[in-house]
Write a protein that binds this ligand. Structure first.
Ligand SMILES: [Zn+2]
Length: 403
């Protein structure tokens, strides 16, 4: 499957023992910071250059969030992720609830302290994982009930519980629980899910209690322009610190994804961050920046790295290919990452073919550098008001396929 589905690990499930809040400790750890706030600094065509300020530091936007599903960017240390210039990570509520559990993370001082990552973290709500576990789920107005794929145990997740869990984790940005449908879905179904998600968003807002955590609403409405517009307007009326654009990159054509993104952002306030969830390829990201999106996450760079697919300035490379066996040139001659400035394609191919663990590390360093460097150049092009030209040049150069 493509897009969002391809962009998320979804072996997630939900489980958490009863237990008290380690909330005070969390608040202490976070320095009793203020609620994250977003500022738009400049604009070039539809692209926005902004800044998200949190108690764990600032995030220059448009930003890419490397995915640290289980409080770890697979194959990298936090120091390596930091040195790559990542300013915010995304962690997955489902996975952390299952293992090691929100109460345990809270008791250990919250997610930042637990994983020794001092910069901002965004947590998803588990909504997408619910959709991907649809064979096991039952969605009702109250919330969603489903069975663990690990041990078959029954779990429930309500909008209130999703907020409570994310407050225990102590992320800088929390997402409301939403009902995310895959594409295609019938209009009636999409309408009902959007209405339910809106109700859940209102309930989420009502129970939030952390003063140092932003809560983002999520625009739903599938691929129906009027439903999406209506949903976005109602969500904005409720008022959130930022807005996710959800229910996209779930298998729909690219043109539809772009159209629905545009319909969504057109309704969102200029002074709030917009996060396109689970997107995407380098071209997807650039096209979405043009539509006014500020934040992105996707497993593509990290997962592709582990599969030996490497992004370069001239398209993708499958490093296992025999043609690289004696190739002494760097992976991407235009790249200044540790991998490219130190090792040959021949060595990287050898590590991959020999299944050395270092292959995943070196490949991930390169792919994340590629994404993060692309975002740096996007931001610069907006600052210098030449984003349209940057987009046009990049479209031709970059390969738009996912793998
Ligand atoms: Zn590189």
């Amino acid at each position: 499957m493509e897009g969002h589905t391809a962009c998320q690990g979804f072996s997630g499930l939900f489980r958490e023992g009863a237990g008290g809040y380690a909330f005070a400790m969390n608040a202490l750890e976070a320095g009793r910071g203020e609620r994250p706030r977003f500022e738009r600094l400049s604009q070039s065509a539809g692209a926005r250059r902004g800044r998200l300020t949190t108690s764990h530091g600032e995030v220059a936007t448009p930003a890419f969030m490397p995915v640290a599903t289980a409080a770890s960017v697979k194959s990298l240390t936090q120091k390596q992720v930091d040195e790559l210039g990542a300013e915010i990570l995304l962690s997955n509520t489902y996975h952390l609830m299952l293992r090691p559990g929100a109460d345990r993370v809270a008791a250990l001082g919250g997610l930042h302290r637990f994983m020794s990552w001092t910069k901002p973290v965004l947590t998803d709500s588990g909504g997408f994982q619910v959709a991907s576990l649809s064979a096991l789920r039952r969605v009702e107005d109250e919330g969603v009930t489903f069975r663990s794929h690990l041990d078959g145990s029954l779990h429930s997740l309500t909008p209130e519980r999703a907020v409570e869990i994310q407050e225990k984790l102590g992320s800088d940005v929390a997402m409301v629980l939403d009902e995310c449908l895959l594409y295609p879905s019938e209009r009636g179904e999409v309408r009902a899910a959007a209405a339910r998600s809106l109700d859940w968003a209102a309930r989420s807002k009502k129970v939030r209690s952390r003063p140092d955590q932003a809560l983002f609403g999520i625009v739903q409405g599938g691929s129906f322009t009027d439903l999406r517009r209506e949903n976005a307007r109602a969500l904005v009326d409720l008022g959130f610190d930022g807005y996710g654009v959800g229910g996209l990159a779930v298998g729909e054509p690219k043109e539809m994804m772009r159209e629905m993104t545009a319909v969504s952002t057109a309704e969102l306030p200029e002074d709030r961050a917009r996060y396109l969830m689970g997107v995407g390829t380098p071209v997807d990201i650039l096209e979405s920046v043009a539509l006014g999106i500020d934040m992105f996450d996707c497993v593509l760079p990290t997962r592709n790295a582990r599969n030996g697919t490497l992004f370069t300035g001239l398209g993708k490379i499958a490093i296992k290919n025999a043609r690289y066996a004696s190739d002494e040139s760097p992976l991407d001659p235009g790249c200044r990452c540790y991998t490219c400035s130190t090792f040959s394609r021949a060595y990287l191919r050898h590590l991959f073919v020999a299944r050395e663990m270092t292959a995943a590390t070196l490949n991930t360093i390169h792919n994340l550098h590629f994404y993060l460097d692309l975002m740096r150049r996007v931001r610069l092009s907006i600052e210098e008001d030449r984003f349209s030209a940057f987009l046009a040049a990049s479209r031709e150069r970059l390969d738009d396929s996912a793998a």
